[in-house]
Design a protein around this ligand. Structure first.
Ligand code: NAD
Length: 259
């Protein structure tokens, strides 16, 4: 039986780890040729080598480096002649450089202790990075008159959970998703967001238990999600089965946020 992404070419950012890596595996299993773009170049290489099937590519790429993003998309199109799926997934959680420690010490909101740089960096990675990749990939998708762009947002973007810099960046991705869905839809390009709840990945394993435990306790399904829970949603949005779905935010979150 043909895979659900047979013959398609997918770029996934941040796929050396966690949700992106799980998605790369699912996409490859379903027949896609996957290009992994990650700050961690060695991790990207190792991930691409281990994928089932042939034609996978790996790039060391900081998504905030616009010329590098353009070069990566150019190389993928050079190699495969097209880009069918882009998943903007690369991200950081912002724990550590956000002023949280000082806020706890002074019993004040994190906002009062957050510096300009962490805020700007968060927007650069999540928003500017997604914009650079979407623009570069859309240039190819526009000529093909087809494509699917997935932006990995978060329940933080839907409901303001998490810190202000992260929630702001993830909410901006929802605006980008809706705007691009309208703009690119006439060319058959779909744009959707995925808003995961708490997912067990290297990112969350580094988050203090005191922050995570109450979130899991208030999740109706009483567990963290697995990276594959998100990868399976990404597969649906990437493949032709979701051909009439665009401008939407799908939130696999165990019920912690029900809108
Ligand atoms: P992760 O840390 O396991 O993976 C993130 C990957 O992004 C890493 O491989 C990292 O090297 C890469 N990356 C970071 N900055 C980059 C940059 N500037 N350029 C290129 N690559 C970069 O984390 P994850 O949990 O798999 O997160 C993936 C996405 O899902 C992120 O956007 C995150 O915000 C989002 N998300 C995660 C959760 C969760 O609970 N894990 C929940 C909601 C949303």
């Amino acid at each position: 039986m043909a895979g659900r992404l047979e013959g398609k070419v997918a770029i996934i950012t941040g796929a050396a780890s966690g949700i992106g890596l799980a998605t790369a595996r699912v996409f490859a299993r379903e027949g896609a040729r996957v290009a992994i773009a990650d700050l961690d170049g060695d991790g990207a290489e190792a991930a691409a080598r281990a994928l089932p099937g042939a034609g996978h590519l790996a790039f060391r790429c900081d998504v905030t480096d616009r010329p590098r993003v353009d070069a990566v998309v150019h190389e993928v199109v050079d190699a495969h002649g097209r880009v069918d799926v882009l998943m903007n997934n690369a991200g950081v959680d912002g724990f550590g450089d956000d002023g949280r420690a000082q806020a706890i010490e002074h019993r004040e909101p994190v906002l009062l202790h957050m510096g300009d740089e962490p805020f700007a960096r968060m927007l650069a990675i999540h928003v500017h990075g997604a914009f650079y990749f979407a623009r570069a990939a859309a240039r190819s998708m526009w000529k093909q008159r087809a494509g699917s762009i997935l932006n990995v947002s978060s329940i933080a973007g839907l409901a303001g959970m998490g810190m202000v810099h992260y929630a702001t960046a993830k909410a901006a991705l929802l605006g980008m998703t809706r705007s691009l869905a309208r703009e690119l839809g006439p060319a058959g390009i779909r744009v959707n967001a995925i808003c995961p709840g708490v997912i067990d990945t290297p990112m969350t394993r580094a988050v203090p238990e005191a922050f995570l435990a109450p979130m899991v306790a208030s999740t109706p399904l009483r567990r963290q999600g697995a990276a594959d829970d998100i990868a399976n949603c990404a597969l649906y949005l990437a493949c032709d089965e979701s051909g009439f779905v665009t401008g939407q935010a799908l939130s696999p979150n165990g019920g912690i946020h029900i809108a």
